[in-house]
Design a protein around this ligand. Structure first.
Ligand SMILES: [Zn+2]
Length: 327
């Protein structure tokens, strides 16, 4: 597995995950060092500064290890970790018997990975897959076309329009509210919406023509207007989220327009909690001294689960190799 030539150190996350799957303790320690700051910042934003945030971070790392077999390497590691964290926070809030509060209320735990959600019930990925196959197809197709739509807007520096689309599809605001928030004309907002849905339909048609889904099973019109799935996919894949390096450049005042405005929009107007956690982590004077202590504690409390995971992985690996051979 380590000798797979397709694995490059250029993707540090993938490299780390593969090493961890093989039981590499140093890789596990590196992953903790890499993510603990932003995860802790996120947890503290929701739970306050008490010890709860650190507890939840620890549970998140354990949840990650125990669900590692189900982790899809094509999925962003950061997004996956945040999904587990959100679920653990939700659990914590339930324990406290207090309703969660979020800016737009879109921070529910409904996108936690199945492995992390139900570590005890052990529903198999294939049974979940079969049950949700149709919904999964819709999600996959929409994720692809939305990503293209967003890239096109970015490439053409149409970040003002991207902001409209984000409030429309992701946050779910009405034209009038979007116009108010962005200081734009309501007709202009309606125009952006019209073009975005048109483009989405065209991209869906292309995807159908390429055989990526069956338009008889999922009509293009239904897909293009499936607001709930679009919002869910957008959040799950963090389609418009900022790169950590972009947030860093924003902090240094090194971002050019229109990116600076868009970055502020995403952080402040949308109030994306995951990007804000990265911002807090990057900007906080917080805990340079405390971090190595925390990292050691997190590592010590979780490393015992690694060998177990690695053993299960090798069983999986054997059966995967068998099924690859038979293809
Ligand atoms: Zn974000």
């Amino acid at each position: 597995m380590e000798s797979d030539p397709s694995i490059s150190r250029d993707d540090p996350d993938l490299y780390l995950v593969r090493q961890i799957r093989a039981g590499d303790q140093r890789a596990w320690s590196q992953l903790i060092a890499r993510y603990q700051g932003r995860l802790l910042a996120f947890a503290r934003a929701r739970l306050g500064d008490g010890g709860d945030a650190e507890d939840v971070l620890q549970e998140t790392l354990l949840g990650f290890i125990s669900s590692l077999r189900h982790y899809d390497e094509e999925r962003s590691l950061e997004t996956y970790l945040f999904a587990i964290l959100r679920y653990k926070i939700q659990e914590q809030l339930t324990r406290r018997k207090r309703a969660p509060q979020t800016a737009f209320g879109f921070d529910a735990a409904d996108d936690a990975p199945p492995g992390a959600l139900e570590p005890a019930t052990r529903e198999t990925p294939s049974s979940i897959a079969a049950r949700h196959e149709s919904a999964r197809t819709a999600s996959r197709v929409l994720a692809g076309v939305l990503r293209t739509l967003i890239e096109e807007l970015r490439d053409r520096d149409k970040l003002d329009d991207l902001a409209v689309v984000e409030l429309l599809f992701y946050v779910g605001l009405r034209n009038k509210d979007i116009a108010e928030r962005l200081g734009r004309d309501e007709k202009a907002v309606a125009g952006v919406k019209f073009r975005a849905i048109g483009r989405l339909s065209a991209l869906l048609e292309r995807a159908a023509a390429e055989g990526r889904f069956d338009p008889k099973a999922h009509s293009i019109e239904d897909l293009a207007n499936d607001d709930a799935t679009i919002a869910q996919v957008w959040r799950r894949h963090r389609l418009s989220c900022l790169k950590r390096s972009t947030i860093g450049a924003h902090l240094l005042g090194a971002l050019d327009e229109p990116w600076e405005s868009y970055t502020r929009f995403h952080l402040e107007t949308v109030g994306c909690l995951m990007c804000r956690a990265n911002l807090d982590d990057l900007s906080g004077p917080e805990g340079e001294a405390a971090r190595p202590r925390l990292q050691e504690e997190l590592f010590a409390s979780s490393v015992g689960f690694l060998s177990r995971t690695a053993a299960m992985e090798s069983v999986d690996e054997t059966s995967n190799a068998e099924s690859r051979k038979s293809k």
